[in-house]
Design a protein around this ligand. Structure first.
Ligand SMILES: NC(=O)c1ccc[n+]([C@@H]2O[C@H](COP(=O)([O-])OP(=O)(O)OC[C@H]3O[C@@H](n4cnc5c(N)ncnc54)[C@H](OP(=O)(O)O)[C@@H]3O)[C@@H](O)[C@H]2O)c1
Length: 350
């Protein structure tokens, strides 16, 4: 039973608020899927859009409100979906949708577009984790292995810069694929979180300012901070062994270059390229990854179901809030007056 009104979050000129709006019964066409989220995740990209520090690709639109698991509340006749199906959402396909930070999310498109956008999910509600960031990690690792033509990370040494949600999932996946891993993080809070939640062993996490002591140790360095400053990219280059690969996953903006070179790291990341750079007398390759596809969600679900000990994704959830609490919290995170490790989720049943 669809309601007369519903609550949605609005982001207007950097101000986030919750509003009750009429449910658009008259606009439910044959091409429309309506999702009722049960859990929503807050992503670093959401907070960047609050302060306007993210370049938004026009082919897929803003990300604001894109991590979710829920149910199909309405399925138009041509969509290929059925009411009640358990689903998640891929924000990398179409801009023709409303924000997920709401009691209902509306997506419109052809059946093939909707098939890539609305992804059927197994039951993960009892021990919630967010499929979307993990599907991006699955995609990024697959893309990296494809670019360097390695079958796996077996025996490789992988360094990760950033123990945020994404950095910790990279570490899980690299270890699953046979790598030894060290995650370097600037602040103590995320290092402690990773240790307290038993997401990393003591020898797998280190302060970023100790990176110089690990110079040249890694075959791969994955760069996953909020912002990939030239200084951080230089630190990543320092960690890599001669012939090593830097995977730039987060924090680049238009025009960013790898320090001391013409290599355009933002384009490398968004177009998923592999380019050589000279750094401190070493030959390195810079690569990148961006977004994910339906097959990455399916692989994410398979990995989690078949290897629960390798992928303790629910342990990344650090806090649960209600939709009403969201505007104040996201505004504070965006303003950098509040910070939480791991993943903050909105529980729509609260
Ligand atoms: N390529 C893709 O498809 C894709 C998909 C999703 C996300 N991303 C990007 O991935 C990045 C990380 O996302 P996330 O979810 O892991 O974020 P997160 O959980 O908020 O973690 C952010 C990380 O960045 C670090 N950091 C922030 N500013 C830093 C600085 N100036 N120097 C050193 N470290 C810094 C933080 O370290 P502290 O603990 O010291 O603050 C923390 O480890 C974001 O840029 C996001 O936009 C990319």
């Amino acid at each position: 039973m669809l309601p007369a009104t519903y609550s949605t979050i609005e982001l207007v000129n950097g101000t986030v608020s919750v509003r009750s709006v009429p449910f658009p019964h008259d606009a439910l066409g044959a091409d429309t899927v309506v999702i009722k989220p049960r859990y929503l995740g807050i992503c670093r990209a959401d907070t960047k859009e609050v302060v306007g520090s993210r370049d938004i690709p026009t082919d897929r639109g803003p990300l604001f409100g894109h991590e979710l698991v829920g149910f199909v509340a309405f399925a138009g006749a041509d969509t290929g979906f059925t009411e009640g199906e358990r689903v998640t959402f891929n924000p990398n396909v179409t801009p023709n949708r409303t924000t997920g930070f709401a009691e209902y999310l509306f997506v419109r498109g052809t059946a093939p577009t909707l098939d890539r956008t609305v992804v059927r999910s197994p039951d993960i509600l009892d021990d919630i984790w967010m499929p979307e960031p993990f599907a991006c990690i699955v995609h990024a690792v697959r893309k990296l292995l494809e670019l360097v033509e390695w079958p796996s990370f077996d025996g490789r040494r992988v360094g990760v810069i950033g123990a945020g949600c994404s950095g910790l999932m990279f570490a899980m996946y690299a270890k699953h694929l046979g790598a030894s891993v060290v995650v370097f993080n600037r602040g103590e809070m995320r290092r402690d979180f990773a240790a307290d939640r038993k997401l990393l062993a003591a020898d797998e996490i280190a302060p970023l300012d100790q990176a110089a002591g690990h110079a040249g140790e890694f075959d791969v360095v994955i760069v996953v901070p909020t912002i990939a400053t030239p200084a951080l990219l230089a630190v990543a280059g320092g960690l890599a062994a001669d012939g090593g690969v830097l995977q730039v996953y987060g924090g680049t903006r238009k025009g960013d270059r790898f320090p001391g070179t013409d290599a355009d790291v933002d384009t490398i990341r968004r177009r998923e390229l592999l380019e050589p750079v000279a750094h401190q007398g070493k030959l390195l390759h810079v690569s990148g990854a961006y977004g994910c596809g339906k097959e990455d969600y399916e692989e994410a679900f398979r990995l989690h179901a078949e290897h629960p000990d390798d992928f303790p994704l629910a342990r990344l959830v650090s806090r649960r809030i209600s939709l009403a609490e969201f505007p104040e919290l996201v505004t504070a995170i965006a303003a950098e007056t509040v910070d939480h490790p791991g993943k903050v989720v909105i529980d729509l049943a609260r």
